[in-house]
Ligand binder design. Structure first.
Ligand code: LIP
Length: 307
């Protein structure tokens, strides 16, 4: 992963990366078990909303993040934590110049799927360098994405490759399968995963952009979790992923898993006051996909709202 402003991995940190990955895996599995066990209570309890009436938050979102923060305070007391529900917190022990790691966590990614009982949600845990609150100023160095419903755990560390642990399919801990993205060379043959925002005006713009994007690719798939979408690029279940308006906690771990599978990941600027967009794809189609999506969104923005 390159880009102006993204920090390099210090030589002295490299021997620690596999242990950071192992901790991310353990945290994601532990939080996932909590979330899965608590679903009945979570969906029967009062479900809250955040940015819009469709942007839901459950008691298990908060319980999962509390679990992750408690574990990290105990096992990595000097590191900072950035989570979807409670934001950025640096413990008194945190000394960025000494402890350069910030843990970026999404306690439930795919919350709407979780609410409806659809098995496409995950806990995402990433260890990043730099400042994850500033686009382009951070870099993931270890991470894990665990789907509690399928038992699948995707994981990677910088330079170590991307892997899938699939107990339910293998029946035991018989090892992890190394992941490789597809080698598609034509954008018109690419199966593209994408997602949509919670605000109606954002979804309208995203639908307008699809008018240009959909005819240019094989087809699209909408899974509902950015973290899992990036992992499906890594596993070759789709050729590419593009979305505008995701948050760092949605994508930090999946970003690394995708790049460690051989995919390229980039962001694009969808205009002033607009959140950045992300694209991930096989290297040969990434530049064309990024241009297609950026141009489609710029045209969508010029289309005046109807009604
Ligand atoms: C979700 C993202 C997904 C996006 C959804 C939602 P959440 O995150 O992972 O890619 O399309 O609208 O933002 O809200 O479930 O954590």
């Amino acid at each position: 992963m390159t880009g102006a402003g993204r920090p390099e991995v210090p030589r002295e940190l490299r021997p620690q990366l596999s242990a950071l990955r192992d901790l991310a895996v353990d945290l994601a599995i532990g939080a996932g078990e909590l979330v899965r066990a608590g679903r009945r209570e979570a969906v029967s309890d009062r479900v809250g909303t955040k940015s819009s009436v469709t942007d839901v938050v459950t008691i298990m979102d908060r319980a999962s993040e509390d679990y992750l923060r408690r574990r990290l305070d105990a096992e990595r007391p000097g590191d900072a934590v950035l989570g979807e529900e409670a934001g950025i917190e640096r413990s008194a022990a945190a000394q960025p110049q000494v402890n350069p790691i910030t843990w970026v966590v999404d306690p439930i990614d795919g919350t709407v799927n979780y609410l409806y009982g659809r098995p496409e949600y995950a806990v995402s845990v990433a260890a990043v360098l730099g400042d994850p609150t500033r686009p382009g100023a951070w870099r993931p160095v270890a991470g894990a994405v665990a789907n509690p419903e399928t038992g699948q755990v995707y994981h990677a560390y910088d330079g170590g490759g991307a892997f899938l642990r699939d107990h339910q399919r293998t029946g035991d801990a018989s090892g992890d399968r190394r992941l490789a993205c597809t080698t598609v060379t034509e954008l018109s043959l690419a199966l593209l995963a994408t997602g949509f925002g919670y605000a109606a005006e954002v979804r309208r713009e995203q639908a307008l952009a699809l008018v240009d994007i959909l005819p240019a690719v094989r087809d699209i798939r909408r899974g509902g979790s950015a973290a899992l979408d990036l992992c499906t690029v890594a596993s070759g279940v789709v050729d590419a992923y593009a979305e505008r308006g995701v948050h760092v906690w949605d994508v930090a771990a999946g970003w690394l898993i995708a790049t460690e599978s051989g995919a390229h990941v980039a962001t694009w600027d969808s205009g002033p006051e607009r959140p950045v967009g992300i694209v991930a794809a096989a290297p040969s189609i990434l530049p064309g996909l990024r241009d297609l999506v950026q141009d489609a969104y710029l045209r969508a923005r010029r289309d005046p709202p109807r009604g």
